[in-house]
Write a protein that binds this ligand. Sequence first.
Ligand code: FE2
Length: 475
Amino acid sequence: MNRRELLKVAAAAGTLPWLAGGCTSRESHAFAAQYLTGNFAPVEAEITATDLRVTGQIPEQLVGRYLRNGPNPVEDVDPLEHHWFIGDGMVHGVRLDGGQAVWYRNRWVRSTHVANVLGEPGEGELPDFGPNTHVIGFADSTWALVEGGAPPVELDDELETIGVNTFEGTLPGGFTAHPKLDPDTGELHAMCYWWPNQRGYVQYVRIGPNGKVTKSVDIPVAGMPMIHDMSITERYIVIYDLPVTVKLSMLVTRGGFPFAWDDDHGARVGLLPRDGAAEDVIWIDVSPCYVYHPMNAYDDADGNVVIDVCRYERMFDRDIYGPFGDNVATLDRWTLNPTTRRSSETRIHDRGQEFPRCHPARLGKPYRYGYTAAVDGLDFSRIYKHDLKTGITRSIAMGAGRHTGEPYFIPREGGTAEDDGFLLSYVYDAGHNTSELVIWDAQDFDAPALARVHLPARVPYGFHGSWVPDEGVGV
Ligand SMILES: [Fe+2]
C-alpha cells in the first residue's frame, strides 16, 4: 500500500476533519526542522572513493565491509513537517582489507520513489519505500531493513540495489529492522508488524541460516503498538508491547509518521517460550515507558529474565518528529519473574544514551560489557562502555565538535575476554564538515583510536549498521 492509498484509509477512518482543525504548533515545527539541520541534513550525492587516507593502523583481521543505514531524503521535504524516521534509506559503507581502506560508497536504497526522482528506469522489483533503519549481512546477501511493512531490500556487495527479497518468498507478512542473530544456531529471530493491513497481532518470525523462514507465530496485542526491536534469551523470545501506537490520522500531518504516545495502552513485556505458541506467552507489566533498543537479555540462575534497555519515560508526546525531543533514554534493567509475573526495575546509568550493543556471542546470554552512544540533546559526544559486573562506566570522548553514532563491537580473533575486540563508528567532525570511520580498542579507552579512515563526504546521523566480514554474517 503506497502513501496515497494510506491517505485514503485515513480519510475513510473519519480523521481528516479532526486534522483540519490543526494539531501542530510552533514547538512541534521546531522539532521537525531540527532533524534536517547540522549532521541530520541529507547529503545530495552518491560517492565512490578508493584508497582512502588512514591515520593509524587498521587491524589486519578486518576483511569485509562496515555498513550503516540511515534516512536521507532524496528530494526536498517540508522542514516543518519532516519526520526523521521516514527519510529515504541511504547505506554508507567502507571496505577494509589487509589493513587498507579500499573504498567508501554511499547509495540510496532504491525504491520506486527514489528511482523516479533520480530519473532511473528502476531494475528488479522495488518497494514503495527504501528501508532506512538497518543493514545486515546474512545468508550470503546484504539486506536493507525497516519495520512497519516495507519489505527487505537486497543489495549487492557494492551497495547497489538488487530489489525486494522477502526471503525467497517465505516471509508471511512484514519484517523488522532489528532481527536478532542467534549465536548458537545462526538463525535470525524477528518481531514484525505492519500497517494498516495488520491489526490485533504482531508476528514472530524465525529464519534459518539459509535465508528462509522456518517458523512464524501470530501474537495477539491490543491495537497496533510500534514494536521496534525484540530480544532473545536461551529460553524465550521477548516482545516489547509499549504505549506508542498507530494513529492513521497522523499520516496527513506531522510528517506522515503515524505513531504517538498512547496513555490508554499499557506497558508490558511478553515472554514467548522458544518453541511455544501464542497462548504460551507470559505477559508481565512494566511501568509506562518506551524502549527502542535492548542492549541484551538473558535468563539468570533464578529463572528470571534480565533485560537491559535504553528506556524513555515518554516518546512521541511533545516531539512527534523524532526520538530526542521528549526526554533522553537512561540505561535501565528490568528483572522479570515468569512465575509470579512481577517485574522490578533498576537504573544502571542515568545519563542519556542510545544504540546499545554487546559482544555478538553473548547475545541472549549473561554478559558483562555493553556499549552505547551518549545522547545529550542532539549531541552524541562520547561512547560509553558499561561494566555490568563492577558497575563502572567508562567513556571515550569524541573531542570538540565531533559526534559518534552506534558503536559496533567486533571480537578480536583468538580473544577470550568479553571486551577483547574493536569498536567501530562513523564520527562526524562539525569543524571540517566531514566524517571518519574510527576504530578503537575496546579494552583501552585511554589510548587514541587505532585507526581513523578519512572519508570524502559527511555521513549524516543515522541508525544502525553491521560489520559484514567477507566470510560470515553481520547483524
Ligand atoms: Fe533501531
